[in-house]
Design a binder for this molecule. Structure first.
Ligand code: CDP
Length: 218
């Protein structure tokens, strides 16, 4: 079987970790759509694109390529491996305003839909079950309490050798959740038919098993 599995949720709640693990177990492709918005953001920062300038936004998107290195899934911006750079503070602080721009979403969503057309995909983000794949075979909505999410993100960044200031991280997660949930275009919300999983008190292994148990039902 070749299903489409959509995983959405708030910042740093473990979506990508679950999506990656489930894709591996199911032998499906894993797509981290957050990384696509992060790559666009890095490109805009490098080229000093003003979000208010529609022409500049359109120009910056023209000819841009965001994809993933086969195997490792590292983020590739015009062929350049930017996996570490997109996780840093500069991109994290600017990504939600960029992702709220309708022209950006109009450019990237059809690419995500094309990636999932043949099925056999686990895609995680904010609007996968609501906008990108409203007919997904399985929709999971992941939550975890705020403190757990902050601590996990700190550990994740330290493990990657990226500077992690606890206060800045907490502020960033709060601010992104606020912008992502209140924007006009494709706000973060649980799809009516999504299954909610709160992983605050689950180990990583337990969390993956809960996700896999849902996948086994489809
Ligand atoms: O991993 P983390 O929770 O930090 O976030 P991410 O998945 O890397 O997403 C970064 C940002 O991209 C989010 O805060 C959203 O602003 C945006 N995003 C989005 O708008 N729609 C998606 N499908 C995925 C991400």
């Amino acid at each position: 079987m070749s299903h489409v599995i959509a995983i959405d949720g708030f910042s740093a709640c473990g979506k990508s970790t679950l999506a990656r693990a489930m894709a591996k177990r199911l032998n499906y492709r894993f797509i981290d759509t957050g990384a696509m918005y992060r790559m666009i953001t890095l490109h805009f920062l490098r080229n000093e694109v003003s979000l208010e300038d529609e022409g500049a936004v359109a120009g910056a998107l023209e000819g841009l390529r965001v994809d993933f290195l086969p195997g490792s899934n590292d983020a590739l911006l015009n062929g350049e491996n930017v996996e570490t750079e997109i996780r840093g503070r500069a991109v994290s602080d600017f990504v939600s305003p960029v992702a709220a721009v309708a022209a950006v979403r109009r450019w990237v969503v059809p690419q995500q839909q094309a990636m999932g057309k043949a099925g056999g995909i686990v895609m995680d983000g904010r609007d996968i079950g609501t906008v990108v794949f409203p007919d997904a075979d399985l929709k999971l909505f992941i939550t975890a309490d705020r403190e757990t999410r902050i601590q996990r993100r700190i550990q994740e960044l330290i493990a990657k050798g990226i500077p992690a200031d606890p206060e800045a991280i907490a502020n960033n997660l709060d601010e992104r959740d606020r912008i992502d949930s209140t924007r006009q275009d494709s706000p973060l919300r649980k799809a009516d038919d999504a299954i909610e999983i709160d992983n605050s008190s689950l180990s990583l292994q337990e969390f993956i098993e809960v996700g896999m148990a849902e996948a086994a039902k489809i």
